[in-house]
Design a protein around this ligand. Structure first.
Ligand code: ASN
Length: 356
């Protein structure tokens, strides 16, 4: 981590935001082999924000900036990057009124989901954003996205990890990246927007926020994700004709501790009993298995069809309407915490941060 830079005017830190710059297209600059994460983000951001109309500049909260080192393309992120962010935010929590994480879009929703589990009971905003085009590129979405993220990160009442992108504030643990090019690259398939930009106003809908749904003192869980960042949790998406030996090749590996299975529709498997046997063996070995749908919208209802019956008996936990991100990071999180299989299974089925 490097330089801390402050906006020109002084404000006590508890009235300020902390911006954590981790990399991503938003800050990238052209190099020989293509775009690479660029430095001097605080200065570049200040000059971009200086292009906003004066009234909007005046409405901006004061902020400090931290830049991570190395800056990464978020396609390189692992659970250890999620852990670093969780710990850095937790360590500075009461120093700042809110946090903005500047992140690459490829895995932004994964980081947001992980942070939600780490920062349970959060009492202030943590808003992640990024951009589809670099800050200085013509027609870039970067300035609009950071502007909105700053405004929402200074919003009283927002008490959770959220994503701000293309005028929309979304629950982090309910979001997915849905488009590889369009500016509105993120969506929340199974939860309404937490807020949105309407003209020059940034409107938060508190009745949809976590603050009113489940509250208590912050009860952060910051376990060590070491040992869970090199493929120990896997994600398997079905395809027509998937064979049991293929499932076995993934789940039979002793390094694998958990798996997200993406099944057909409402939670159906091909009718090969050997597939269910393979799942039963893996869960019998103590592996944490969950099923979600391949469809981005809707839930799994294990057992609604004969083709999905038997999953629960094989020890597979219903992931309901959870996103792959929410299910995967939750498995990682629960596996990193102390506790036995039954405790983990119970917690998986419990809504911890509005993820299900
Ligand atoms: N590859 C980039 C990243 O995730 C994509 C982006 O930020 N738009 O870092």
């Amino acid at each position: 981590m490097s330089t801390l830079t402050s906006l020109a005017y002084a404000a006590p830190t508890h009235e300020r935001l902390l911006i954590i710059y981790t990399g991503g297209t938003i800050g990238m600059l052209p190099a020989d082999g293509g775009l690479v994460p660029g430095g001097d983000f605080a200065e570049r951001l200040a000059s971009a924000l200086g292009q906003l109309p004066v009234a909007q500049q005046q409405a901006l909260p004061a902020y400090d900036v931290i830049s991570y080192s190395p800056l990464i393309d978020s396609s390189a992120a692992t659970a250890l990057n999620w852990q670093t962010l969780g710990r850095d935010i937790a360590a500075r929590l009461t120093d700042y009124r809110g946090f903005v994480v500047i992140h690459g879009t490829d895995t932004l929703s994964w980081t947001a989901a992980s942070l939600a589990y780490q920062l349970q009971g959060l009492d202030r905003p943590v808003v992640l954003t990024g951009a589809m085009l670099p800050l200085e590129a013509p027609g870039s979405d970067a300035l609009d996205n950071v502007h909105g993220a700053l405004r929402f990160a200074a919003t009283d009442g927002l008490q959770e990890v959220a994503i701000y992108f293309a005028n929309r504030l979304m629950r982090g643990v309910r979001s997915i990246k849905q488009h590889s090019e369009a500016p509105d690259a993120f969506t929340t398939p199974s939860y309404p927007l937490l807020g949105e930009r309407v003209g020059d106003d940034f409107v938060y809908y508190p009745s949809r926020g976590l603050g009113v749904q489940q509250r208590g003192a912050p009860r952060f869980e910051l376990p060590d994700y070491q040992g869970l960042h090199q493929g120990e949790v896997i994600r398997i998406a079905l395809w027509p004709g998937m064979a049991a030996w293929q499932l076995e090749a993934w789940l039979g590996d002793s390094r694998v501790k958990g798996a997200v299975l993406q099944l057909w529709g409402a939670g159906n498997l091909p009718s090969d009993p050997a597939l269910l046997d393979t799942l039963a063996v893996a869960s019998g070995e103590g592996k944490l298995l969950t099923a979600i749908s391949l469809c981005p919208e809707g839930s799994v209802h294990m057992g609604a069809y004969a083709a999905g019956h038997g999953l629960a008996e094989a020890g597979v936990l219903s992931g309901d309407a959870m996103t792959p991100e929410a299910a995967y990071t939750k498995l990682t999180h629960l596996l990193a915490l102390p506790g036995g299989l039954e405790h983990r299974r119970q917690r998986f089925l419990t809504a911890l941060v509005g993820e299900r």
